[in-house]
Design a binder for this molecule. Structure first.
Ligand SMILES: [Zn+2]
Length: 405
């Protein structure tokens, strides 16, 4: 399986200047190549290289590898754009948006990501430095920082190209690790994960032969959640507070609409995204660790379904939350794969309205956002815990069906 590791660089001011000059040069070059590709309708990597390779090297002072990466980056960007057009993501033929996008060449920001292969970038894990090609020559001893887990991953499994990016004045290398597949263990019961806004994730497990807990506990995680036992809720309070603060600030800054206000907004948006990502990593790690410890599998709602359900419930917040749910689902999926934990995607329809005790489905089963109270059998539980129980049960059924043979 492929895994992406983001490593923060700690360049000296001189090194940072060299990195900045380099990223600016390759992206200026990419924008120039893109203009030419657009004008001459030449989009394939091989064809483009014949047209521009020599000029890219001379004009922008790029090494051979860098020039090739620039050209490939442009070709790839157009491939992606054309795929979007084909799939109708930019509207129908003749639509204003589609015409506007197609009328102009793709432009590359000065800090846009640039791939570096092993000939342009080498890692010294013991010293925690990299040596990297720049427009000013090879630069050695650029320090980087990474967690112990990331260091182990990089040392053992890093493979192929890494992307150099600059975000808000901070430098990162995004490295790809290629890990051997871990065989999936046959699960002994399932943990159901219900995703929501008040509670980002609520987990509860089906009863198993070996586990004594039955998944009806209601221990509430405070802040970022306090574990992933049965019936544990990972509160969205902290995240929602951050989002609220940012929304307020956005309102004030948008009224100004100055350049510096826009820059600050961008910075804030990224900060919020980082906060959400950190939280999602923490939640995902807890859920997967607990499932691995108890020998269970994990049942997740199918992501497309989550988006639909959230759209029904909270229309104005869809874009804000759906990518965050996607991200959490993605984190859980790859952490589960790494740990050999079974993962089943389940149909999310009616998980919030169905009674996990008797199966009765009714809107009335939810008197309010937090409460589930079955109008048929009287079973009562926190709404998210009830939903998580349904998801866990569907995971177990789904696994049984797909492994019947
Ligand atoms: Zn019931």
């Amino acid at each position: 399986m492929k895994l992406v590791v983001r490593v923060k660089l700690l360049p000296t001011p001189e090194q940072a200047a060299a990195l900045e000059a380099t990223l600016r040069a390759v992206n200026d070059a990419a924008t120039w190549v893109s203009q030419l590709a657009h004008d001459r309708r030449v989009f394939r990597n091989y064809d483009l290289r014949r047209h521009v390779y020599g000029q890219v090297k001379d004009r922008y002072g790029l090494a051979a590898q860098a020039a090739q990466h620039v050209i490939k980056k442009v070709a790839d960007a157009y491939t992606t754009l054309h795929a979007h057009v084909r799939n109708g993501n930019l509207g129908r033929p003749g639509s204003a948006r589609r015409e506007r996008v197609l009328a102009r060449p793709i432009v590359f920001r000065p800090g846009a990501a640039q791939p570096f292969d092993d000939r342009c970038l080498s890692w010294r894990m013991d010293a925690r430095t990299v040596s990297i090609w720049t427009v000013g020559g090879r630069m050695k001893g650029v320090a980087f920082t990474a967690s112990a887990d990331q260091l182990t991953l990089l040392a053992a499994h890093r493979k192929g190209e890494s992307d150099l990016v600059c975000r808000d004045g901070r430098w990162f290398l995004i490295a790809t690790c290629d890990l051997p597949d871990v065989p999936v263990r046959a699960p002994d019961g399932f943990v159901g994960v219900d995703l929501g806004i008040a509670n980002i994730a609520t987990t509860t497990a089906t009863a198993t032969a070996t586990a004594t807990a039955t998944g009806t506990g209601t221990a509430t995680g405070t802040g970022t959640g306090t574990g992933t036992g049965d019936g544990v809720r990972h509160s969205g309070k902290a995240l929602n507070a951050v989002r609220h603060r940012h929304r307020e600030l956005r309102r004030r800054l948008q009224a100004k609409a100055t350049k510096s206000a826009k820059r600050l907004l961008r910075k804030r948006r990224r900060k919020e995204a980082r906060f959400a990502a950190d939280l999602n990593h923490t939640i995902a790690r807890r859920i997967v660790t607990e499932a691995a410890r108890t020998g269970r599998g994990i049942a997740l709602e199918d992501l497309q379904g989550i988006r639909d359900r959230v759209r029904l419930r909270k229309p104005q917040r869809v874009t804000l939350h759906s990518w965050s749910f996607h991200q959490l689902g993605h984190f859980i999926a790859y952490k589960a794969a790494r740990a050999g934990v079974a993962l089943v995607w389940v149909d999310p329809a009616y998980t919030s309205q169905a009674c996990s005790a008797c199966g009765h489905v009714a809107k009335n089963n939810r008197p309010d956002q937090e409460t589930f109270a079955c109008t048929s059998c009287g079973f009562a539980e926190h709404a998210d815990v009830n939903a998580a129980r349904n998801i866990a049960a569907r995971g177990e059924t789904g696994w049984a069906v797909s492994h019947a043979a």
